[in-house]
Design a binder for this molecule. Structure first.
Ligand code: C6P
Length: 404
C-alpha cells in the first residue's frame, strides 16, 4: 500500500487552489508534478555548484561534472543499460527521436522501408516523414483496432527484407494502450530491422529493462516522471550509436578540430553538443531516485486501481463514450460525451479546479481513425486519489447538465 497522504505532502503544487478550488491534477500524461526533493536539487545546483561541465579544472566545474555523470549512471541503472555511454542525455523524447531519424538519413537507401504504428504521437511520425522525404524511403503503418490495439497480424505482413527500422510507442498517450513491444521487437529482429521505442508515456508507470527488451533505441522525457522539463534521454545500443553520425555539431562533441577536418568525441559526447541542461539532468537523477524509492510495481498497481475506479464511474454517465479499451492499459482515460465538444468539458471542469487535457493530444491520426476532433483525457499519477476522481465525476456530470 502507498501512503498517499505522505506522498502528496512531497508535492508543493498539490496544495494550491485553482479558481478557488483545491487543485485536482489529472493532466499527468502531459507533464507530471515535481516533488520538493527534485525542486531542491535544482535550487542546490544553482545555489552551490553552478558551473559548466567537462571543461574546467576548478572545483565547481568538477563538482557539477561529477553530479551530472552520477545522474547518467542512475539513468543507466534504472533502464539496465549495459554501459553508461549508451545513455545519451537529451532535451526530451522529441530530441531523441529526431537524433535517430536524422542519423538514419545516412543509413537508408531509396525504397528502403520503415514502419510506424497507428497509435503514435506526432513526435514519432513527423521526423520519419521528413526522413522519407530526404531518402526516398517508404513509411508503412501498423493499423489499429477499435479498442486501440495494434494489429500484429497486419504488422507481420508489413515486415519484409527491405524493412530497416520499426518505431512504436510503449504506451499510447491518447488511449493508454500498453503495446506488446517485446513481441514487436522480436518480430522486427527476425527481419533484421532495428527498433526504436518511444517510452514517453510508459516510463512514468513501468521500469523498462532495455537489455531484456533488446531494442536498439529507447527514449523518454524526465518531465513525465517527476523530473524537470527540457531533459530526457535516449538509450542506444553501442553498435548503433557508432553507426549513426553526430546529430549536432559544436563544443564537447569533438576530439580534434582544424579547418581541414574535425574528428568526433567518443560516446556519449559525440551526441551531446553544447552546454546541456546540467541542473535538469541532475534533477532527473533525483526524480528517478524518488520514484524508485516508492517502487514502480506499487505505483503501477495503485494507478491501475485508480484507472478501474474512474472507468467504472465514468461509464455510469449517459452518453459516455470511452476511447481505448485495451486489456493492457496505463492510467489514461480518453472520452467524449455525446453531443458535447471535449473543449467545453475541459473548460468547465477547469473552473472547478480540475486539470485535464482536451483536443487531439498530438495524435491526430488516432482522432481521424475515430472520426472525432478530439477527446477529454484524464491521466492519473500515484499521487492522485479516489476522492479526486469523485470530484471529477461530479464536475463532468455538472458540465454535461450545463451543456445539454
Ligand atoms: N506527450 C501529451 O500530453 P516531449 O514533448 O519531447 O517531452 O514528448 C513528446 C512525446 C512523445 N511521445 C509520446 C508518446 C508523448 O506522449 C509525448 C508527449 C504529451 O500527451 C505532450 S504533447
Amino acid at each position: 500500500m502507498l501512503d498517499i497522504n505522505k506522498i502528496r505532502g512531497d508535492f508543493p503544487i498539490l496544495h494550491r487552489k485553482v479558481n478557488g478550488k483545491p487543485l485536482v491534477y489529472f493532466d499527468n500524461a502531459a507533464t507530471s508534478q515535481t516533488p520538493k526533493i527534485v525542486i531542491d536539487t535544482i535550487v542546490d545546483y544553482y545555489s552551490n555548484y553552478n558551473a559548466n561541465i567537462h571543461r574546467g579544472v576548478h572545483t565547481l566545474s568538477q563538482e557539477a561534472t561529477n553530479a551530472y555523470e552520477a545522474a547518467r549512471k542512475k539513468i543507466q541503472d534504472h533502464f539496465n543499460a549495459a554501459k553508461s555511454y549508451e545513455i545519451i542525455l537529451t532535451s526530451g523524447t522529441t530530441h531523441g527521436i529526431n537524433m535517430v531519424a536524422t542519423g538514419f538519413a545516412d543509413l537508408l537507401e531509396n525504397e528502403d522501408e520503415i514502419i510506424v504504428s497507428a497509435l503514435e504521437h506526432h513526435s514519432n511520425i513527423v521526423p520519419w516523414q521528413m526522413l522519407c522525404e530526404k531518402t526516398g524511403a517508404i513509411l508503412k503503418v501498423i493499423p489499429m483496432s477499435d479498442e486501440g490495439c495494434l494489429d500484429l497480424e497486419a504488422y507481420k505482413k508489413l515486415l519484409t527484407e527491405k524493412t530497416k527500422l520499426v518505431f512504436v510507442n510503449h504506451v499510447s498517450n491518447a488511449l493508454g494502450t500498453i503495446n506488446p513491444i517485446k513481441k514487436i521487437i522480436d518480430m522486427a529482429h527476425e527481419h533484421g530491422a532495428a527498433v526504436l521505442i518511444d517510452g514517453a508515456q510508459a516510463t512514468p508507470h513501468i521500469k523498462p529493462d532495455v537489455q531484456e527488451l533488446d531494442c536498439e533505441f529507447y527514449t523518454c522525457s524526465a518531465h513525465k516522471l517527476c523530473g524537470p522539463t527540457g531533459v530526457g534521454m535516449i538509450y542506444g545500443k553501442e553498435e548503433w550509436l557508432h553507426k549513426l553520425p553526430p546529430y549536432q555539431g559544436g563544443g564537447e562533441m569533438i576530439s580534434e578540430v582544424t579547418f581541414e577536418k574535425t574528428t568526433y568525441a567518443d560516446l556519449p559526447h559525440k551526441f551531446e553538443a553544447g552546454t546541456p541542461n546540467i541542473a535538469g539532468v541532475i534533477a532527473f537523477g533525483a526524480a528517478l531516485d524518488y520514484m524508485n524509492k516508492i517502487g514502480f510495481d506499487r505505483i503501477a498497481a495503485y494507478e491501475n486501481e485508480l484507472l478501474e475506479y474512474a472507468t467504472e464511474k465514468l461509464l455510469t454517465i449517459e452518453g459516455m463514450k470511452l476511447y481505448g479499451t485495451a486489456h493492457e492499459k496505463a492510467a489514461v482515460i480518453s472520452f467524449n460525451i455525446e453531443g458535447i465538444h471535449p473543449y467545453d468539458i475541459g473548460s468547465i471542469v477547469d473552473k472547478l479546479g480540475i486539470a485535464v487535457r482536451t483536443g487531439h493530444h498530438c495524435a491526430q491520426p488516432i482522432m481521424d481513425y475515430y472520426n472525432i476532433p478530439g477527446t477529454v483525457r484524464a491521466s492519473f499519477s500515484f499521487y492522485n486519489t479516489k476522492e479526486e476522481i469523485d470530484l471529477f465525476i461530479e464536475a463532468v456530470v455538472r458540465a454535461k447538465s450545463m451543456l445539454i
